[in-house]
Design a protein around this ligand. Structure first.
Ligand code: FDA
Length: 305
């Protein structure tokens, strides 16, 4: 049943028609629990609240199904606006973005152009930028773009997903760039030809790459709500005397807020991924796919009053 629901929401997340409808009608159906608002001003006010509680942030201007150059340029402009807001208000926040929103499906030249514009402003404002990882089809291309940018900039990182078979060799290959990586399980629907179908294998592989990347001496963001992954990391860093400024935990806005604060209290760096913008639909559907309890929450919020 859980697998069926997961597939259903992942299928819905790819609907262009529903994405457009959602854009038109604003944050609905409980999406506000996971999305900080539709404007940069709303996002800034959420970041300030989180920062006050000792939480660091990475913000993401949401955007999916970008298929014109003008849209990709506009997405880049919005990310630049976000970076300037972070810099001018001295917020404790990084930026996250997706290569498809920068024009990955249009041309490499467009993506590189937009990314260089963003990374230049980010550098001036001392803001770190993480390239989110999307579906398998785009993984190789995204990593190639990352490598190119990493050799020009030191304020850029990316994401590696433990559900892919290629992951361990990607970690090995990327090591020469000493990259700052966010390690996750993976959020898209992938075929068993390219990704572990069994959750147990995905979990084991996440532990494996956390260990590899940390012991390689690289900065590691462990992005998971799973206590097993968090406890594993805590033991690992203790065992190998890895300093606290070489790693951090990350969670999504609206998920396990108490656990986030507990980790801050324990002295760990904890970063919250805060999405905002009118294109909340696909992001919201992927969160529903991850956890049936989120669906119950949404139904209660929508119908249960
Ligand atoms: P998983 O979903 O396997 O859950 C394991 C356990 O965690 C649960 O059994 C429960 O104990 C606990 N848990 C989970 N959710 C909970 C909740 N709401 N309340 C209480 N307990 C809960 N993916 C991707 O493909 N590309 C990307 O770029 C990113 N980026 C990214 C950034 C950040 C900051 C995060 C946290 C995640 C991503 N992801 C991602 C998503 C990631 O790949 C994955 O889909 C989700 O994090 C869900 O997997 P978890 O590791 O959190 O645990």
């Amino acid at each position: 049943m859980e697998q069926l629901m997961r597939n259903f929401f992942l299928y819905l997340s790819k609907s262009k028609t529903l994405t457009k409808l959602a854009r038109k009608y604003g944050l609905r159906f409980g999406a506000g629990r996971f999305v900080a608002g539709e404007t940069i001003q709303q996002a800034v006010s959420v970041i300030k609240d989180l920062n006050k509680k000792g939480l660091s942030v990475t913000i993401d201007y949401l955007g999916e199904f970008i298929d014109t150059e003008a849209e990709a340029n506009e997405m880049a402009d919005n990310s630049i606006e976000a970076i300037r807001a972070i810099g001018s208000q001295a917020l404790d926040s990084q930026l996250s973005l997706k290569m498809t929103s920068m024009g990955l499906d249009i041309s490499d030249e467009l993506v590189l152009n937009n990314m260089r514009r963003i990374l230049d402003v980010a550098k001036e404002n001392d803001v770190f930028v993480t390239i989110d990882m999307e579906d398998y089809e785009r993984c190789g291309k995204t990593l190639e773009i990352f490598k190119k940018l990493r050799s020009e900039y030191d304020n850029v990182g990316t994401v590696i997903q433990s559900y892919l078979y290629r992951t361990v060799s990607d970690i090995e290959d990327l090591n020469q760039y000493s990259p700052n990586l966010r390690l996750v399980k993976g959020a898209y629907k992938e075929s068993p030809e390219v990704a572990y179908p069994d959750k147990k294998d995905v979990d084991e592989n996440l532990k494996k790459i956390i260990k590899m990347h940390l012991l390689n001496g690289n900065y590691t963001a462990v992005a998971s709500h799973d206590d097993a992954m968090i406890e594993y990391t805590k033991h690992l860093v203790e065992e190998h005397n890895i300093p606290r400024d070489q790693f951090e935990f990350q969670m999504l806005y609206g998920i396990r807020e108490e656990r986030q604060l507990e980790l801050v209290k324990e002295g760990y760096k904890m970063r919250v991924y805060v999405p905002y913008g009118t294109d909340w639909y696909g992001y919201f559907m992927r969160r529903l796919a991850e956890r049936p309890a989120n669906v119950a929450f949404v139904l209660k919020g929508t119908f249960g009053k």
